[in-house]
Design a protein around this ligand. Structure first.
Ligand SMILES: Cc1cc2nc3c(=O)[nH]c(=O)nc-3n(C[C@H](O)[C@H](O)[C@H](O)COP(=O)(O)O)c2cc1C
Length: 155
């Protein structure tokens, strides 16, 4: 199964670490959403979209990229994030845009990430050290599960 991970990771590189762990497990290609070519997605069966959460939703760079994508017909996709809170409801807006494009969302992964936004930064932030080795192992296991479940879909 040809897999691509498209990500944005601008605060502390937290989401980039998770994307890397998933890409390792899936044998996936990885591309930063900033400057990525929308036509790239034609070559893949499963596409992961992830970033940190900014004011309750994925980073605007990722949204801008997704908005440029052509419509697809049920291409498999998953959504992931790192954030201060680490909750899946922050994925709703991105999932709605992806579904409107024709993607079929087959998984979500959330992870806490080091966050030094606002006054939190004065005290070293929250979730320092996250994602840690355990988080990255969870990310790899999530990706393994996806490959096991959907591995035949693109063949
Ligand atoms: C401007 C800004 C806004 C943020 N807003 C939220 C938020 O609404 N909810 C949350 O849980 N975390 C929030 N965070 C924390 C980030 O989501 C978290 O640090 C994330 O791991 C950053 O990922 P990155 O290093 O891959 O960019 C915010 C951080 C910044 C800098």
């Amino acid at each position: 199964m040809r897999t691509l991970i498209i990500y944005t990771s601008v605060h502390h590189g937290n989401t980039g670490k998770v994307a890397q762990a998933m890409a390792g497990a899936l044998g996936a290609d990885m591309v930063d959403a900033a400057g990525a070519e929308p036509g790239l997605i034609d070559h893949y069966d499963l596409i992961g979209f992830g970033s940190g959460i900014y004011h309750g939703r994925h980073h605007q760079t990722l949204f801008r990229f997704v908005e440029m994508l052509p419509a697809v017909d049920g291409t498999l996709a998953f959504v992931f994030s790192t954030s201060g809170r680490g909750v899946a409801q922050d994925h709703t807006a991105l999932k709605q845009v992806l579904e409107a494009k024709g993607f079929w969302i087959v998984g979500d992964f959330v992870c806490k990430g080091w966050d030094t936004y606002t006054v939190l930064g004065l005290v070293g932030g929250i979730n320092k050290g996250r994602p840690d080795a355990r988080d990255l192992a969870h990310a790899a296991a999530f990706a393994d599960d996806l490959a096991r479940h959907w591995g035949d879909a693109g063949r």
